[in-house]
Ligand binder design. Structure first.
Ligand code: PGA
Length: 255
């Protein structure tokens, strides 16, 4: 079933390369769990480093398990890689791909599209990150975005759009001090949806949630979701701070 049919909003916590110990990971999970169980309209996905997946707890949890990357290969001699099938077997339902921090390490649109393909084959929802490095006044960033979307999703079958989430993350707003304004989030979110519609057809677009990411805090989360009209948030730094993350969850769930 498409995620948007089941839930009103999605919040994904991207822990990145944090924290440094299992004990600290468990502390974050316990803290966040207290807030997640109270939510009625929001699905929460926690994406810890893979070594901490077991710290998310066994069996059914009030949140979904996520990963931050996946191999382009299904199996074989690829040191350091983890396949989509392995993730699925480990209970992972969502996987971030094409994050700008990975693109900086050499991940191309072509690799992103391969990763989306392997995730879909394994039945894992791909959270595809797109976003411009800079906003030029002439609007060339829109072409950048359009190309990123088309190339990163090349090969995605229409029937698999139910296993797709787009995270619009302007690179200049990631790890920054201020987020994008809700008005700009709204405008760019519409552009992303239009691009998806041109690519897959209108009837499939409504099923694809478009999230915003980049310097989200409990202070700006509400207005970004409400006035930016996005389907949720991809949260970085604040996702390993249970106090701040829980407040984001509470604010968004009340919208
Ligand atoms: P940030 O990161 O919330 O720390 O800006 C967002 C992200 O990189 O997904």
């Amino acid at each position: 079933m498409p995620i948007t049919k089941r839930y009103k909003k999605i919040i994904i916590g991207n822990w990145k390369e944090n924290p440094n110990t299992h004990e600290a990971a468990k502390h974050i999970v316990q803290g966040v769990k207290r807030a997640v169980v109270k939510l009625t309209k929001t699905v929460v996905v926690l994406c810890p480093p893979l070594i901490y997946l077991s710290d998310l707890g066994k069996g059914e949890q009030p949140f979904s398990r996520g990963a931050q990357d996946v191999s382009i290969f299904d199996s074989g001699s690829h040191t350091g890689e983890v396949s989509a099938q392995m993730l699925r077997d480990g209970g992972v339902e969502f996987c971030i791909v094409g994050h700008s921090e990975r693109r900086k390490m050499g991940e191309t649109d072509e690799m992103v599209s391969k990763k989306v393909g392997t995730l879909h084959q394994a039945g894992v929802t791909a959270v595809v990150c797109v976003g411009e490095e800079v906003r030029d006044p002439a609007g060339a960033y829109l072409d950048t975005l359009k190309n990123q979307i088309k190339n990163s999703l090349a090969g995605v079958e229409k029937k698999n759009t139910s296993l797709l989430v787009i995270a619009y993350e302007p690179v200049w707003a990631i790890g920054a001090t201020v987020a994008m304004s809700p008005t700009d989030v709204h405008e760019t979110g519409l552009f992303v949806k239009k691009t998806l519609a041109d690519f897959f057809g209108h009837e499939y677009v409504a099923k694809v949630p478009v999230l915003y990411g980049g310097s989200v805090t409990f202070r700006n989360a509400g207005e970004i979701v409400r006035d930016g009209h996005v389907d949720g948030l991809l949260v970085g730094r604040e996702s390993v701070n249970p106090q701040g993350f829980n407040e984001i969850l509470r604010v968004v769930d009340s919208i």
